[in-house]
Design a protein around this ligand. Structure first.
Ligand code: ACO
Length: 337
């Protein structure tokens, strides 16, 4: 049995900054409401014509991660791509990465686990490396939310939260003490529709959507994300705490052993709740939702990359990743850096 480690991290966000004040010009919202409820000050949105897409942003982040890992793209054995906003309905973005990076014909797996997508993807990478089947796996989380949000007052409770961007990690067989100690994943599909975008899908196919949109009421919009915010919030704080504890207990650790917790950047209030619950100080939790909003599958690798770039993660540190989101799904990873 082998072990895996993260040997390179990268991120990319579009240049276009959208502040809360910018949003208040196109919908009935305001900076105070958004900051108080979510902590978000600004986010990045792809601008028409800037050349970005979910796959392209993923590639930009991947290039940085590859460079830092010193692993050549031709040595990558597997691509795992997590997103809820793929460029195409099918095929997924993984194959686009294989093409855009001009890689050999390696396999590409697409992960559809939304906010938990990156941790799920990391877990997949870890398992393939542990068994010895693969040595180097490229893991990407990327989202183009702005392309699919309802940017009117009707959609404000969702659209102010989400932003675009990508993060990537090169996961390699570990030859030293730096290892992914364990990963933990869960799902509870009975809540699938509490945080979902139902169409376009085989349940709501395009001709049907066009027909419905002509008569759609405010409650009948299936082609924009829907979120039962308070229900999601309540479940998130419970599941975040559970899955962090699961990871710690598996490794005979307690919250005091955490050097850095990188929570999925869902909402600053959720992260603060978890910080308080585990009595962690400000140096033990990393948040950057203020700058980027919630970038779903990209949020953990973006936060992890920034924390590492800022020198907040050092060799030997215990790093915990934790996520909760649509599905519902939730997951954690405990890493010895
Ligand atoms: N600007 C101004 N007012 C708004 C906005 C807005 N953007 N959005 C909603 N409101 C109004 C509502 O219409 C409502 O008005 P009313 O009282 O007149 O009816 C009022 O604000 C309160 O709305 P609530 O939805 O009850 O507000 P709440 O305090 O629950 O905050 C929020 C909403 C921020 C979405 C919160 O429920 C939340 O954070 N939930 C968790 C969501 C989350 O973390 N999601 C991400 C995890 S999953 C993932 O990443 C995919």
């Amino acid at each position: 049995m082998y072990s895996s480690k993260i040997s390179g991290l990268g991120m990319y966000v579009p240049e276009n900054v959208v502040t809360n004040d910018d949003l208040s010009k196109i919908m009935d919202t305001n900076d105070e409401w958004i900051q108080e409820r979510t902590g978000i000050k600004e986010r990045r949105h792809i601008k028409k014509g800037d050349g970005n897409s979910t796959a392209i942003m993923g590639v930009k982040a991947a290039k940085v991660a590859l460079e830092r890992s010193k692993v050549d793209k031709d040595q990558i054995d597997l691509i795992v791509f997590a997103t809820l906003s793929p460029d195409y309905y099918f095929p997924g973005c993984g194959v686009q990465v294989q093409d855009l990076l001009e890689m050999p014909t390696v396999p590409a797996i697409d992960v559809r686990n939304q906010c938990s997508g990156f941790v799920y993807a990391l877990s997949i990478a870890d398992q393939y490396i542990k068994t010895g089947m693969y040595k180097n796996v490229l893991v990407i989380g990327s989202e183009n939310h702005s392309g699919g949000l309802d940017m009117t007052t009707r959609g404000r409770s969702v659209s102010v939260i989400f932003g675009d961007g990508a993060g990537a990690a090169v996961v390699t067989r570990s030859e030293d003490d730096s290892v992914i100690l364990s990963t933990h994943m869960h799902s509870e599909g009975k809540h699938a529709k509490e945080l979902a975008m139902i169409g376009p899908s085989t349940e709501h196919w395009v001709p049907q959507i066009i027909e419905e949109s002509a008569t759609a009421t405010d409650d009948d919009i299936t082609y924009y994300p829907y979120m039962n915010g308070q229900f999601v919030f309540k479940n998130a704080v419970t599941r975040f705490a559970e899955v962090i504890m699961e990871g710690l207990q598996t490794n005979d650790m307690t919250p005091e052993d955490i050097d850095m917790l990188i929570p999925h950047q869902a909402n600053l209030r959720i992260a603060q709740f978890i910080q308080k619950k585990f009595k962690l100080n400000n140096d033990q939790v990393f948040n950057n939702i203020q700058k980027y909003g919630n970038t779903t599958a990209a949020s953990i690798p973006i936060a992890l990359t920034e924390a590492w770039e800022e020198g907040k993660i050092k060799e030997g540190d215990t790093v915990v990743l934790a996520a909760f989101g649509s599905g519902f799904t939730w997951a954690s990873a405990v890493i010895k850096w």
